[in-house]
Design a protein around this ligand. Structure first.
Ligand SMILES: [Zn+2]
Length: 421
């Protein structure tokens, strides 16, 4: 078997393993059908007409921008990766400092990442204007620019590290590099998931422990009842950027923490905050972060093996103006293939995510036993976050990470009917 065939075979085996893991580990049916069938989904989620209209207006101002940004980003990446233009750009930016391999890699990656950000910058600015207009964003333009610069710098540094490692492996092991790279990619996903709350989150927000009081006591009691070790409940200074309400859980092992946006405190009744945190505890109970990390690692390994197969395909390399996969000028092509792969993976990831979120909702309802607080919390989240309670089905299928507000309200109704039973 040639090295190329082996890469394709490995990609196929890992891909099948990924599909099996997803099929087996995803909670496809979290709630038994209530007597008399599932509740009909009210597309307004019980919200007043004015609020539904406002959320729909907001969505119709942002959705085209998101789509255009996606298409423009991918198109620019395709032009750079599938023609010799990208390779020429890499050569050109490295020339002033001697044009060595390291210079081509570092400056090439930086130029491509920055260029990718710049071409979508007007759309990003427009989207921020819309969020300001609707009162959702509280960011100053200075902070917006800082966020954009920090995330661009992080993205360039990580890309440089990853592609640099790949290029190094290609030179060390010209026939089997993709296998080493696949293992390294899987390891990277695990390490990144562990480090994210320690390194990336503090780059954007500050965190403080939720002060002692009734709420903290109640939240820790909920964690206790769920049987999960929670060291701390943290509050993030999200209000510097947004009025949106949220909470999440990230990391695992010693870095696991529950984070509540400071926007939630003082604006929501304790019962509703408890409902949100109970949902987050559902993720911990079911090990969703760990499962997501391991599935992601498997996906990264499969994608890297596939990348190994594609990058050793001579006609594709020639199209990109590159002679060999170890040439740093292969970076634009690699970035395009990664972007295209990410796009294909998005609806699959979200399909799984929606089911996992429904299971966390079930945990919230089971743990608190207060569906009314769950429903009013869902309505409040939809209103404040301006989320369309019933987005177009295709949009929800592709981009929806959670069930829609309308579906979540109907879910609570089903839960009540099953409980009464
Ligand atoms: Zn969740």
């Amino acid at each position: 078997m040639t090295a190329r065939r082996a890469a394709l075979a490995a990609a196929a085996v890992l891909g099948i393993a990924l599909v099996l893991v997803i099929a087996v580990r995803t909670p496809w049916h979290v709630l038994p059908e209530p007597p008399g069938g599932y509740s009909p989904v009210d597309p307004t989620a019980g919200l007043p007409a004015g609020q539904v209209a406002r959320a729909e207006d907001f969505a119709s101002a942002l959705r085209p921008a998101s789509l255009i940004s996606l298409v423009v980003g991918l198109a620019v990446s395709a032009v750079l990766g599938l023609t010799p233009l990208g390779a020429r750009l890499v050569t050109a930016v490295a020339r002033p400092v001697g044009g060595g391999r390291i210079a081509q890699l570092v400056l090439g990656v930086a130029a491509l990442v920055v260029l990718g950000r710049l071409v979508t910058l007007p759309i990003a600015a427009y989207a921020e204007v819309v969020r300001h207009r609707y009162g959702l964003s509280t960011r100053s333009w200075w902070l917006w620019l800082r966020d954009l610069s920090v995330s661009t710098a992080i993205s360039a540094a990580v890309t440089c590290l990853l592609l640099g490692s790949v290029l190094w492996l290609v030179r060390r092991a010209p026939r089997t590099w993709w296998a080493w790279a696949a293992g390294a990619a899987a390891g990277f996903v695990v390490v990144a998931s562990f480090l994210y709350p320690l390194v990336i989150e503090p780059a954007f927000n500050r965190f403080e422990s939720l002060p002692a009081g009734q709420l903290r006591t109640d939240l820790l009691a909920l964690a206790d009842e769920s049987g999960v070790p929670v060291q701390d409940v943290l509050v993030s200074d999200a209000s510097r950027r947004t009025t949106a309400l949220n909470a999440y859980v990230s990391g695992f092992g010693s870095t696991r923490r529950i984070v509540v946006y400071d926007t939630v405190l003082g604006r929501l009744p304790d019962e509703e905050i408890e409902s949100i945190v109970a949902h987050e505890l559902g993720h911990v109970v079911h090990g969703d972060v760990l499962t997501g990390t391991l599935t992601g690692a498997l996906g990264a390994a499969a994608a890297t093996a596939l990348l190994g197969w594609l990058l050793s395909w001579t006609p594709l390399l020639r199209r990109a103006g590159v002679d060999a996969p170890g040439d740093p000028r292969v970076v634009p092509l690699a970035l395009f293939l990664i972007a295209a792969g990410g796009l294909v993976g998005t609806p699959v990831q979200n399909l799984v995510s929606r089911e996992v979120e429904a299971r966390a909702d079930l945990h919230a309802l089971d743990l608190t036993g207060v569906p009314d607080a769950f429903v009013s919390m869902q309505r409040r989240l939809a209103t404040t976050n301006l989320s369309d309670p019933d987005p177009p089905a295709a949009w929800q299928w592709f981009f929806g990470t959670h069930p829609t507000a309308a579906q979540r309200v109907a879910f609570a109704e089903d839960w009540r009917r099953v409980a009464v039973g």
